[in-house]
Design a protein around this ligand. Structure first.
Ligand code: UD1
Length: 418
């Protein structure tokens, strides 16, 4: 298993090009199952998760070719009507295949995704809405078996009992080819959801967003079009926090601050300075890092759960009874015991982590646990004196394109060991 070794302390200085968004690329690629013909998707990050999704779609019978962040997809008809356990267990986002697949084909089965290290992560919101659309759902031998009798799915007027990114994406895709107009209320409106909608609309879908209500007028067919995925706001936020933690200076290219409005407001209060160089290029630096009082994760436009672990790491040397509350997942603090190995002063009570500063952080041997939590270990390693070894870096490779090369170019003493 690969590891990275970081010798700290380091200061992040230089420039980084933000990759295409992982969380936008995955549903956009999946949504091509809704249509015949072919397209090119540009700005797709070359990550373990995107390569993995490509192998799932190939297994279903689609024709794909991925080169230099551009994905060619020909998705005329799938030959296999089952997404197997072997694939789904490794990437929970694959549950989003069910909506488009059952809207195009009369029967489809997909392995139950199960829980994961950050929480139970049910799929009831996905399945309940599909049932209302006329899909018969049964669970057998660890698989969700979906069947429909009618030629098309029914449109629905539905309020999600809880805001879910995955369920919103799944159901709006299914509704794109349904009979009539669907009204979906209490939807997730993350930039990645909007990017999927922009892609589908370019392909001929009729989808509108107003506050948290999404209306989808079903069309007879979609025609795939070339598309460029938005920049990854979570990757950008992670490098911004790393710059702040190390009092560095960075030029961020291919960055859209609008998608990160609230986190940037918080970071500016913490001491971040940001200067616009062009429409997609910004200089950021931080000379003095202040402590936060209390930040709670929330659905967009709130503070993202995907930047919670990195925020905690950034506060390790400046926190003063600083509190971070996790509201999206019930078990997303597995990085806390790992951060303690550096000497961090952290306590957990229910959904809240309290950070009190430690003057000395020392490098340690730690383990990556999930994609975003893993980046908090990188930040801690850069703030610490001496050698840190991060094990199980496949988590980082799932979400951060060329992270070791990008960091090395900005002066971090980092080596990947095979
Ligand atoms: C979530 C995050 C997303 C992040 C991703 C990966 C939110 C709202 N969603 O998206 O920003 O990029 O994780 O870290 O911030 N739930 C159910 N039943 C369901 C579906 C979800 O109970 O059928 C619950 C989940 O367990 C979770 C919450 O709803 O507590 C939000 O889940 P959801 O948005 O669906 O998760 P992801 O799509 O993975």
């Amino acid at each position: 298993m690969q590891t990275v070794v970081i010798k700290g302390p380091s200061t992040l200085k230089g420039q980084i090009k933000i990759s295409g968004s992982k969380n936008a690329s995955l549903p956009i690629i999946i949504s091509t199952l809704l249509a015949k013909d072919q397209c090119l998707i540009h700005n797709v990050p070359n990550l373990r998760d995107t390569r993995f999704l490509i192998s799932i779609l190939r297994d279903l019978g689609c024709d794909l070719d991925f080169q230099k962040n551009t994905l060619f997809i020909r998705s005329s008809a799938i030959t296999k009507k089952s997404a197997d356990y072997e694939y789904v267990r490794q990437m929970r986002a694959s549950i989003v295949i069910l909506g488009p697949a059952i809207s195009r084909y009369k029967k489809f089965k997909i392995a139950l995704p199960g829980g994961c290290s950050i929480g139970t992560r049910g799929i009831d919101l996905h399945l309940n809405a599909l049932k209302l659309m006329g899909v018969k759902i049964s669970i057998k031998n660890g698989y969700v078996i979906a069947e429909r009798k009618k030629n098309n799915l029914n449109s629905i007027d539905h309020k999600f009992p809880k805001i879910s990114v995955g369920a919103t994406q799944n159901i709006l895709m299914a509704a794109s080819l349904a009979n009539g107009k669907s009204t979906l209320k209490n939807c997730a409106i993350e930039p990645e959801v909007i990017d999927l909608i922009n892609f589908l609309n370019k392909c001929g879908a009729l989808i509108k967003v107003k506050n948290r209500t999404i209306t989808v007028r079903g069309v007879e067919e979609l025609k795939l079009q070339d598309y460029k995925v938005i920049p990854d706001r979570i990757e950008a936020g992670s490098y911004i926090l790393a710059t702040m933690a190390t009092k560095g200076r960075l030029k961020l290219n291919n960055f859209n601050p609008k998608d990160l409005a609230l986190p940037l407001k918080v970071y500016k209060e913490m001491g971040l300075k940001i200067k616009k160089l062009s429409n997609s290029s910004y200089e950021i630096y931080c000379k003095k890092l202040k402590s936060i009082k209390k930040i709670s994760t929330k659905e967009f436009p709130g503070y993202p759960t995907d930047l919670q672990a990195q925020l905690i790491a950034t506060q390790l040397k400046s926190g003063l009874n600083s509190k971070v509350v996790e509201n999206i997942f019930e078990n997303r603090f597995i990085h806390i015991p790992e951060l303690r190995r550096f000497g961090a002063n952290l306590s957990i009570k229910g959904k809240t982590v309290t950070i009190d500063k430690t003057s000395d952080l020392l490098g340690a041997e730690v383990m990556a646990t999930d994609i975003r939590a893993s980046f908090s270990l990188i930040i801690a390693a850069m703030m610490s004196k001496g050698k840190t070894v991060i094990n199980r870096i496949y988590h980082l490779d799932r979400g951060y394109e060329d992270f070791d090369l990008k960091l090395k170019k900005c002066g971090v003493n980092i080596i990947r060991k095979k």
